[in-house]
Design a protein around this ligand. Structure first.
Ligand SMILES: [Fe+2]
Length: 211
């Protein structure tokens, strides 16, 4: 039986993030871009009998084998599903152990926000800004290019991600990536989701792509 993955539904209405991200952007980003990555990946998986059942394992297998086209489409399928979870219609801020870990790594929440803006705005071309944790609970920011994803490193757990591809913001912000990044950090970031991931970082598990 060939493994095939479905485009996951958005965890909120496509218009729920307005005015920060428009319904049109969400419908295009999810219904066209994300859907295309899943479709392309499924077509490639249909060609091989040994495809793993989990998308995380497909991403890791493609990375190990150097199958760039499969990796790009599988990782983008995973990264986007994780990105939808990283957004919330309700503005939030970090709390509890995760807030403490951010303060320990960055000095303060303000310093974290400044570093996140600097990395996201300074990232050249397409990619992603990730907040990740190691198994000891130390957090850090890392910007990765194109489809790259921290799930190829099993010592890391992603907590939150911001999509830096132009398709994520161009319809709403044109070339003004800094305004989009500001909106992500101050209005959209789903810190409750990040907190669940942070607890999972130390106990194993964490969010996985729906099978
Ligand atoms: Fe995207």
């Amino acid at each position: 039986m060939t493994v095939q993955f479905k485009l996951p539904d958005l965890p909120y209405d496509a218009g729920a993030l307005e005015p920060h991200i428009s319904r049109t952007t969400m419908e295009t980003h999810h219904g066209k871009h994300h859907a295309a990555y899943i479709k392309n990946m499924n077509a490639m998986l249909a060609e091989r009998a040994d495809a793993p059942n989990s998308l995380e394992d497909v991403v890791r297998l493609a990375a190990r084998e150097g199958q760039k086209k499969l990796f790009n489409n599988a990782a983008q399928s995973w990264n986007h599903a994780f990105f939808w979870q990283s957004l919330s219609p309700e503005a939030q801020s970090p709390s509890g152990d995760l807030k403490s870990a951010i303060e320990k790594s960055f000095g303060s929440l303000d310093a974290f926000t400044e570093e996140a803006k600097t990395k996201a705005v300074g990232h050249f071309a397409s990619g992603w800004l990730w907040l990740v944790s190691d198994k000891n609970g130390a957090v850090r920011l890392t910007d990765l290019h194109d489809a790259d994803t921290p799930i190829t490193d099993v010592s890391l757990t992603p907590l939150l991600v911001c999509d830096l591809w132009e398709h994520a913001y161009y319809l709403d912000y044109k070339n003004e990536r800094p305004r989009f990044v500001d909106a992500f950090l101050s209005k959209l970031a789903n810190w409750r989701f990040a907190d669940v991931q942070y607890r999972a970082a130390r106990s194993g598990g964490g969010w996985s792509f729906p099978a």
